[in-house]
Design a protein around this ligand. Structure first.
Ligand SMILES: O=C(CO)[C@H](O)[C@H](O)COP(=O)(O)O
Length: 265
């Protein structure tokens, strides 16, 4: 309510603008959530079959996929076993009362499903926004099929166009400082130690390591760069997933799901 007092109408206009911005933001995120959910549901319904061993990725999009798998287990009597790619994935599997296992029991998985931070035209991915890239890559590489679920914001022509936080690189803590210098000197750009959000100090991965986010300047051959960075002593893994994803399900803004296949298949 605006009172007829000097300055009050300015306050009212400001307040309305703030509400409008907040509404737009929440609509945006509701749209993103819906897009994630559609992509996840379609991927699960098309690919998850009875008696499969599934690799479960990490992040917010995979939450929808796990919920859908659990629904199908309950409603249709689907039987699956789930292998997690992180502490979060493990919790998700347990919370949804799905059978939990590991790569010791099942070194070969039928299917792995995961989210991504960015996906280019060749279905190369940047992953590791949630810091789980190493286990995610291990799980994906053990699967006969690796499919990705994402919302429309992740689509890009070339890596780095959308994901501005840099390429995540998991490193052994003792090596982080020499590696920040070597990566910048050899490949350009800046490699920054990722800090924890609600604790003083660096983010520590599920494997007890640190993450460097490498903000690169220009890269023309991702495979070569990935291999060269992996050769550096102290590097555990990079968040570059090259030639791994077979299909990506993108939930779009208009409510549809766009499915893309890796071109070279
Ligand atoms: O790589 C990841 C975590 O390490 C996630 O899969 C990636 O960050 C995408 O997350 P979200 O589904 O929340 O957008």
């Amino acid at each position: 309510m605006c009172l007829g007092l000097p300055g009050v109408s300015v306050v009212c206009v400001r307040h309305s603008l703030l509400l409008l911005v907040q509404r737009r933001l929440s609509q945006g995120s509701a749209m993103e959530t819906e897009a994630k959910k559609r992509a996840a549901y379609m991927a699960v319904d098309k690919y998850v079959q009875n008696n499969q061993v599934l690799g479960i990725g990490s992040g917010s999009t995979i939450v929808h996929a796990v919920k859908r798998i659990a629904e199908r287990v309950q409603k249709d009597g689907l039987k699956v076993v789930c292998v997690p790619s992180s502490f979060q994935a493990r919790q998700l599997i347990l919370q949804n009362k799905l059978p939990l296992s590991d790569l010791d029991q099942y070194p070969e998985l039928d299917l792995a499903i995961d989210g991504a931070d960015e996906v280019d035209n060749d279905l190369n991915l940047i992953k590791g926004g949630g810091g789980c890239l190493t286990q995610e890559k291990i799980v994906a590489s053990c699967a006969k099929k690796f499919i990705v679920i994402a919302d429309y914001r992740k689509i890009s022509k070339c890596l780095g166009e959308k994901w501005k936080r840099g390429i995540p690189i998991e490193v052994i803590p003792k090596a982080y400082l020499p590696l920040t210098r070597t990566i910048a000197a050899r490949f350009g750009g800046v490699a920054e130690l990722r800090m924890a959000v609600s604790k003083a100090g660096p983010l520590v991965t599920d494997n007890g390591n640190f993450i460097l986010d490498w903000k690169f300047e220009k890269v023309s051959d991702w495979k070569t760069v990935h291999c060269s960075i992996k050769m550096l002593p102290g590097v555990v893994e990079t968040g570059l997933f090259i030639d791994l994803a077979e299909k990506v399900f993108f939930g779009m803004e208009d409510g549809t799901v766009e499915v893309r296949e890796r071109p070279s298949q």
